[in-house]
Design a protein around this ligand. Structure first.
Ligand code: ATP
Length: 202
């Protein structure tokens, strides 16, 4: 099996996450894609505004209409900082040696790779799949490849549409009372409204 993994803070999950994962699923012939919200995203400067349970619920709502997409709670259940290397080791435990893991990430996340815990181990355990992102230059690749030399051989650069959507922008729009329709799935928009998430922006 070829299994896609989409990790993220998902504060909240948005359309770019879904569009890019669907594109990768189709192009790479993935059997399914696991969406894994992080418990404690220790590399992000700001802590998430929504709780782990709320972020997980929004992911569940966002993926429920796609039979190839599944939400996984493995990281929100884990205590302490979330390390991708641990998650990949955990997932590999249930797989055969023939199964392949494809870890999807935006170019901005790839830029952070040198700061990750055991970056080369991460790349040993999966094939990283990178999406270009508006405002992020591909120059970040050099530093990432220095931190994890295996990347040079394993990285898959996906030529997907550039989508200028971010969770930061969505949180800001909600705080300003502006529409987020079409930027997140309808069910996620409703969940944000009902739970009064992101009313104040910090
Ligand atoms: P924030 O604005 O809070 O930093 P975000 O929009 O980057 O959030 P995350 O949950 O951090 O959302 O993203 C999960 C993964 O999806 C990361 O690897 C990120 O780089 C990637 N990603 C998110 N939005 C895009 C986008 N518009 N284009 C390409 N990659 C994206």
């Amino acid at each position: 099996m070829r299994i896609g993994i989409m990790g993220g803070t998902f504060d909240p999950i948005h359309m770019a996450h879904l569009v890019l994962a669907e594109d990768a699923r189709e192009r790479l012939g993935l059997s399914y894609v696991l969406f894994i919200p992080t418990g404690d995203p220790w590399l992000k400067r700001e802590k998430p505004l929504a709780s782990p349970a709320e972020r997980l619920r929004m992911v569940e709502l966002a993926v429920e209409s796609n039979a190839f997409f599944h939400a996984l709670d493995v990281e929100v259940r884990r205590e302490g900082p979330t390390y991708t290397a641990d998650t990949l080791e955990y997932l590999r435990g249930d797989l055969t040696p023939q199964d392949e893991l494809f870890f999807m990430l935006g170019m901005d996340s790839l830029a952070e790779l040198p700061r990750w815990y055991r970056p080369n181990r991460v790349v040993e355990l999966c094939s990283p799949v990178a999406f270009r992102r508006p405002g992020v230059s591909e120059h970040v690749l050099e530093a990432a490849m220095k931190a994890a030399p295996l990347l040079r051989r394993k990285l898959i650069l996906m030529d997907t549409p550039l989508l200028d959507v971010s969770s930061t922008d969505i949180r800001q729009r909600v705080a300003e009372g502006r529409s987020i329709r079409y930027l997140v799935p309808d069910a996620v928009e409703e969940f944000i409204r009902e739970n009064r998430l992101y009313q104040t922006y910090s």
